[in-house]
Write a protein that binds this ligand. Structure first.
Ligand code: PLP
Length: 823
């Protein structure tokens, strides 16, 4: 196949002419949505506007694809079980430079852009940070000009929608596809068969090499749905390809006609179930067979697609590592190591040694966690039943690994046990982290501290065999969504102050530094923040009917609810503050609004209890006549990307208070600091690097270090003594455990609080005094506005390095062997 060479589209005036855009919107509304403009509903206008936006991206899209083909450039394939992309319309229009034109076009039609933009479904195809990282990376790869595909699953229901009923989390199905999805193209022609179960046949018919054939018992079809991902200024448009499972034979008509109306549909239902829901993270143990099926389903479909494209262009596999980079976002796609080996050996008849070189040369693996319970493993019997050929291949890889370890590295039995792909300590399990490690040429952590910890904890012994494999790629966030789009007021102010260069070179935000002490600029910066806080104030009123004061310090902790992220520490401090204010109402308290949001995994009991506690404390605090003018507590339901886009620009204080050593990186911390919030945080994850970047005087650090946490856990510590030595903490915990916030069920929190006295694994008690002291330092800073705004401005000025463009350039040069387009 040859493709005609074609120049990139030249900017044409009609590309951004509002009158032309308006005509096209009417055209799509009429001919694609099938609605008369006179009766069209806001949803219809949204649909038509998205279709025009998508069509604007298509020329770029096709040209990018064509150019990569012609140049024979290396392509990156980013495999992730999660893509937390949120809404797309504003993002695409803004990156295409069409935001103002489209706004005017819709005005001509008497349609309000912001109103319809609000109606777009928030695609929540992820749990949290890991999924959002994948979304930021997709945008950055398009921006820095890397030919890339994202591969994932098109879940019919994304993560659940959270409702708060009576203070408790309730999980409702997310119906993001309810109104259709105008962004996607379904590619019926890109469909692959995915097998499960069955048996493996051995034959050496050709006498040369041994050959295995897998005969799966079940089969489903993977069908591709493509969404264009537009880079900044339309630099490039890449593809997010999400797989949906379909039955091979949609309805077994023979069975149906024979009267088996139920049995004839089971295959269809089974396929349907495969891509119906995203498993909530931390629903430990994620031992569901369906989850393993999902992982294999999307890994296999993606690899088949990659190999087909490669073979079509090059006709051989020898150059696979030169033309293909596959990045595994955590271990969810780790079965790729075995599947790529299977496809190369069993389907394309390449011998083990050669297939292994190609596999390792092509795959990279990103680790996201050190928590032992979050390291994926699957029971051997399950794995063997579902993927019998892959189990054989894993045994073969393991045999070679252990042989090397024994002979070349003289490893002890303990070390051998720790590096083995099979955990033999109890029920035998396949360790996906070890599989990904040995099958990849590069293994990266996501912040400097995390990458160092990988070398001395989970991968200590593998690191001894492969000392050059672990590297660090500190996470980043795209400044387009997390500054330009979510905070247009600040973006305009910065442009007016230092010019527009930072829009294309985000580290030039540094040019703001001289203005940090400029009273006029501080005023303007504070006015922008105030406007964003006004908008959030309205949102809080609309969503939960609570009035908050935008003059107060907005103190925000939003992220998944997890004990290691320590929302509990923040709530206990809130209770202690509440006690202090009631005891000393005459003091000059800094008015604060404490804002929480986040989802808990449905099976995570303590996390759900912490949500209930936040709501119980909010009810009591917000109705106390003495306290309520200086302290308010808010829990916002259903945290997602769109909500983050409202919270991030409105925060004064960003809570990043995880137990040291437990947060791999965090990206919420980066979003807030970029938008001029001060961080209160522990020396954990990327906080460490944020402190270096913004300067230790512009961030409020407290608490135990990771080494101190480790030391206490190893040598035992006495949390009861700690609690009894802190009157404020004792009083707050007694109040919570005694039912002050839960008069309807006084014992509700007895066990939760008991855990703090008993073991306090997450060091809530140990860090309490240090945390409250840090909060009072925050109060002192807030009380001197010129000091506060200087620090806030310096945060914005110095956060440019945390752009995901920087992260992606590092992946490109160090892991993928691609030269990104220069700035
Ligand atoms: C950025 C983001 C996260 C990650 O937040 P952390 O504080 O790093 O855990 C999670 N969810 C959403 C919706 C986000 O935008």
């Amino acid at each position: 196949m040859t493709l005609p060479l074609q120049a990139l589209p030249t900017p044409r005036p009609e590309f951004e002419d509002p009158a032309v855009l308006a005509r096209e919107v009417i055209d799509r509304l009429t001919y694609r949505v099938g609605k008369d403009p006179k009766v069209a509903k806001p949803h219809d206008w949204l649909q038509a506007t998205v279709l025009v936006t998508r069509d604007r991206a298509i020329e770029y899209w096709m040209n990018a694809t064509r150019q990569t083909y012609l140049e024979g450039g290396k392509r990156v394939y980013y495999l992730s079980l999660e893509f937390l992309i949120g809404r797309l319309m504003r993002d695409a229009l803004s990156n295409l430079g069409l935001l103002d034109s489209m706004r005017s076009a819709l005005k001509l039609l008497d349609v309000d852009f912001d109103e319809i933009a609000e109606l777009e479904a928030d695609a929540a195809l992820g749990n949290g940070g890991l999924g959002r990282l994948a979304a930021c990376f997709m945008e950055s790869m398009a921006t820095v000009g890397i030919p890339a595909y994202g591969y994932g699953i098109r879940y019919r229901h994304g993560l659940f929608r959270q409702e708060i009923i009576d203070g408790w989390q309730a999980e409702m199905p997310e119906t993001w596809l309810e109104h259709g999805n105008p962004w996607e193209f379904d590619r019926r022609e890109a469909a692959y068969t995915i097998g499960f179960g069955g048996r493996v046949e051995y034959n050496d018919a050709n006498g040369k090499t041994e050959h295995y054939t897998w005969h799966p018992q079940e089969r489903v079809t993977a069908t591709a749905y493509d969404t264009p991902v537009v880079g900044w200024r339309g630099a490039r448009v890449n593809t997010l390809r999400l797989w949906k499972a379909d039955p091979i034979d949609p309805i077994r008509l023979d069975a149906f006609n024979a009267g088996d109306h139920i049995g004839s549909l089971t295959e269809s239902n089974r396929a349907d179930a495969l891509t119906r829901v995203l498993y909530p993270a931390d629903a430990s143990p994620a031992g569901q067979e369906l989850r393993l099926r999902q992982e294999y389903f999307f890994s296999s479909a993606s690899l088949q697609d990659i190999l087909r494209r490669h073979l079509q262009q090059y006709g051989l596999f020898d150059n696979l590592p030169e033309k293909v980079a596959i990045q595994l976002n955590d271990t969810h796609p780790a079965v790729c190591v075995a599947e790529l080996m299977r496809l190369l050996m069993d389907v394309h008849e390449i011998e083990f040694e050669d297939a292994w070189k190609l596999t390792v040369g092509t795959i990279g693996y990103t680790n996201h966690t050190l928590l032992p319970e979050a390291l994926e493993s699957w029971p051997v019997p399950l794995f063997e039943r579902l993927l019998p050929r892959h189990m054989q291949i894993i045994y073969e890889i393991n045999a070679r690994l252990l042989k090397t370890a024994r002979h070349d590295h003289e490893m002890s039995d303990d070390e051998i046990r720790s590096i083995s792909l099979i955990d033999e300590s109890g029920e035998r399990r396949v360790r996906m982290g070890n599989l990904a490690f040995v099958g990849a040429h590069a293994v990266n952590g996501v912040a400097a501290m995390h990458s160092e910890l990988l070398k001395v904890t989970v991968f200590k012994d593998l690191h001894r065999i492969y000392p050059d494999r672990i590297n660090n790629k500190t996470n980043g966030i795209t400044p387009r969504r997390w500054l330009f789009q979510c905070n247009p007021g600040l973006t305009q102010l910065i442009t007016d102050t230092i010019g527009p260069v930072f829009l294309d070179d985000i580290e030039r935000l540094r040019d703001l530094e001289p203005y940090a002490t400029d009273a006029g600029f501080q005023d303007a910066f504070a006015r922008v923040k105030r406007k964003n806080k006004d908008a959030l104030t309205d949102m809080v009123r609309d969503r939960i009917g609570l009035r908050i004061d935008p003059n107060a310090l907005f103190d925000i902790q939003v992220k998944r609810i997890h004990e290691y992220k320590r929302q509990l520490l923040n709530i206990v401090e809130t209770v202690a503050l509440y006690d202090q204010i009631r005891t000393h109402p005459e003091r000059n308290w800094v008015p604060r609004v404490k804002i929480f949001a986040g989802k808990a995994a449905p099976t995570y009991h303590n996390a759900k209890l912490i949500i209930k506690l936040a709501n119980d404390v909010a009810r009591v605090v917000n109705s106390n006549p003495i306290v309520r003018s200086v302290l308010k507590v808010v829990f916002l339901p259903n945290y997602n990307v769109s909500m983050a886009e409202m919270l991030v620009p409105a925060a004064d204080l960003s809570e990043q208070i995880s137990t040291a050593g437990m947060e791999a990186s965090g990206t919420g911390n980066m979003k807030f600091a970029l938008n001029g919030a001060l961080t209160i945080g522990t020396l954990d994850g990327a906080n460490v690097e944020i402190r270096e970047a913004v300067g230790p005087e512009n961030i409020v650090i407290f608490g135990l270090t990771d080494a101190e946490v480790e030391e206490r856990r190893q040598n035992g510590h006495d949390p009861r003594k700690v609690i009894e030595g802190s009157p404020e903490l004792s009083q707050a915990l007694s109040a919570i455990a005694g039912g002050v916030f839960s008069p309807d069920d006084p014992g509700r929190y007895a066990e939760l609080v008991g855990g703090l006295y008993d073991h306090d694994w997450f060091m809530v008690a140990s860090d309490f005094d240090s945390y409250t002291a840090a909060q009072r330092r925050v109060d002192a800073l807030w009380s001197d506005p010129s000091v506060w705004w200087e620090k806030a401005i310096l945060n914005t000025a110095r956060m440019g390095w945390f752009s995901s463009d920087r992260t992606i350039r590092q992946y490109a040069t160090d892991i993928w062997g691609i030269a990104p387009r220069p700035d």
